[in-house]
Design a binder for this molecule. Structure first.
Ligand code: NAD
Length: 409
């Protein structure tokens, strides 16, 4: 099952509980616009290189479309469409006034020099500048892109449209970015893990956690959970996984990564493989790296009682069914990692108002937005005896569907 088939599977599961008409299902699944462009440029050595870029605008029923830009060699139309539709439901679940979109270029950014990366980004904006913008579609960082790439995007977009900081979020603080955006996704994962455990009368101080991925999302989630008393016993990145039964020294790990760029060389009680981390005997497993890491092959071996989807799509549908049958609670990506888009929304609001919030306000508004959404999702799941994922899709699809009907076709 590819990424788009997985997204359709989860949509269909929820739609079957909702009694949606086939015509409404088709409307909600069909993207509004799919853009595929050629990004041709001269490399540093004078050779011509041609890349393929995508922007898929899935749905704008609730507002301008919002979604990240991914620079990664695996980017293709199916993956971009799956992630664009996920953004539609995610923005609706946290009830921010956006639709969903996603984009990317099929490229390994590490193979480019800084100058080539900048030129490629600007050429991509040249192709997209007509269809994106603060009231149309607002990109943000995702895998392989960062605040610097967003800075190049604003600068190139403004050459066509004048001063327009709200055309993209995740910008550097010096260029109208928002304090608290960088930590937002991981912090949200921490806040929501805590809220979910409270429903089972389990305090964080009595909880062991394993986290796969120690990039933006995984590292800030680890920091929040460690600071609030949880015992993070395993962490990992592309260089492998580390385990310590007494708890990993998270501040030391963060410092190691900020000095060395990865966990490579970081000492812990035991080195284990990335696969072993997924099946550790812990209370909570947090996949925060890649999609599709829990599959029908390894789901039966998961020993955690709770799985928090910090990455997009880490649990494949077959694995989701197995986890559900084993009474393992899955907090779905559709809410678990929505902290990032929520604070992106706050950044866009500040840009539109030419006004700046402090970190305290951003954190308070983030917590309020996520906890209200979580409580609603929990109430639907409890009332209808369905998994949290289905409850989330019900919320998202319901809100988008009602907006579509009210506006009229
Ligand atoms: P990132 O590039 O900052 O970090 C990814 C981390 O995963 C790195 O530590 C990398 O070494 C590690 N990794 C890669 N392959 C691995 C493997 N095989 N095993 C273990 N670790 C591996 O990316 P990120 O921004 O933290 O995003 C992670 C996930 O969260 C992605 O699925 C992304 O779509 C999702 N997400 C991110 C945000 C955000 O605001 N950054 C928001 C929502 C969802």
């Amino acid at each position: 099952m590819n990424a788009y088939e997985s997204a359709c599977h989860y949509f269909a599961n929820a739609a079957s509980v909702m009694d949606l008409s086939p015509n409404m299902k088709k409307l909600l699944l069909t993207p509004e616009r799919e853009v595929k462009v050629q990004v041709a440029m001269k490399m540093d050595n004078g050779e011509i290189a041609t890349f393929v870029g995508y922007r898929i605008q899935h749905n704008s029923a609730r507002g301008p479309m919002k979604g990240g830009l991914r620079f990664h060699h695996d980017v293709d139309a199916d993956e971009v469409l799956a992630l664009a539709s996920l953004m539609t439901w995610k923005t609706a679940v946290v009830d921010i006034p956006y639709g969903g979109a996603k984009g990317g270029i099929s490229v390994s950014p590490k193979s480019l020099s800084d100058a080539e990366l900048e030129l490629m980004t600007r050429k991509f904006v040249d192709e997209l500048q007509d269809v994106i913008g603060p009231d149309k579609d607002i990109p943000a960082p995702d895998m392989g892109t960062n605040a610097q790439v967003m800075a190049w995007i604003v600068n190139q977009y403004e050459k066509y449209h004048g001063f327009n900081p709200a055309c993209v979020t995740g910008k550097p603080l010096e260029l109208h970015g928002a304090d608290g955006r960088e930590e937002a996704t991981g912090r949200g994962v921490g806040l929501l893990t805590e809220a979910m455990l409270q429903k089972f009368d389990r305090p964080l101080t009595d909880t062991t956690i394993a986290i796969q991925g120690f990039g933006n999302v995984g590292s800030f989630a680890a920091a929040y959970l460690h600071d609030h008393g949880a015992r993070v016993v395993a962490i990992s990145d592309i260089s492998g996984a580390r385990f310590d039964s007494a708890g990993i020294n998270i501040p030391a790990a963060l410092q190691h990564v900020s000095r060395n760029g990865s966990l490579d060389g970081f000492d812990a009680e035991q080195q284990i493989s990335n696969e072993e981390l997924l099946t550790l005997d812990v209370d909570v497993l947090i996949p925060a790296a890649l999609g599709g890491v829990l599959t029908k092959e390894n789901a039966a071996d998961v020993r955690a009682r709770y799985v928090v989807e910090a990455a997009n799509g880490p649990v494949l549908p077959d694995a989701d069914t197995i986890l559900h049958q084993r009474d393992i609670v899955v907090l779905p990506d559709i809410l678990a990692n929505a902290g990032g888009v929520t604070v992106s929304y706050f950044e866009w609001v500040q840009n539109q108002q030419y006004f700046r919030w402090d970190l305290e306000r951003t954190r308070a508004e983030l917590a309020k937005t996520l906890i209200v959404s979580f409580e609603k999702m929990w109430a639907i799941a409890t009332e209808k005896h369905i998994p949290l994922r289905s409850a989330g899709y019900l919320m998202g699809i319901g809100r988008v569907g009602r907006a579509t009907v009210l506006a009229g076709i």
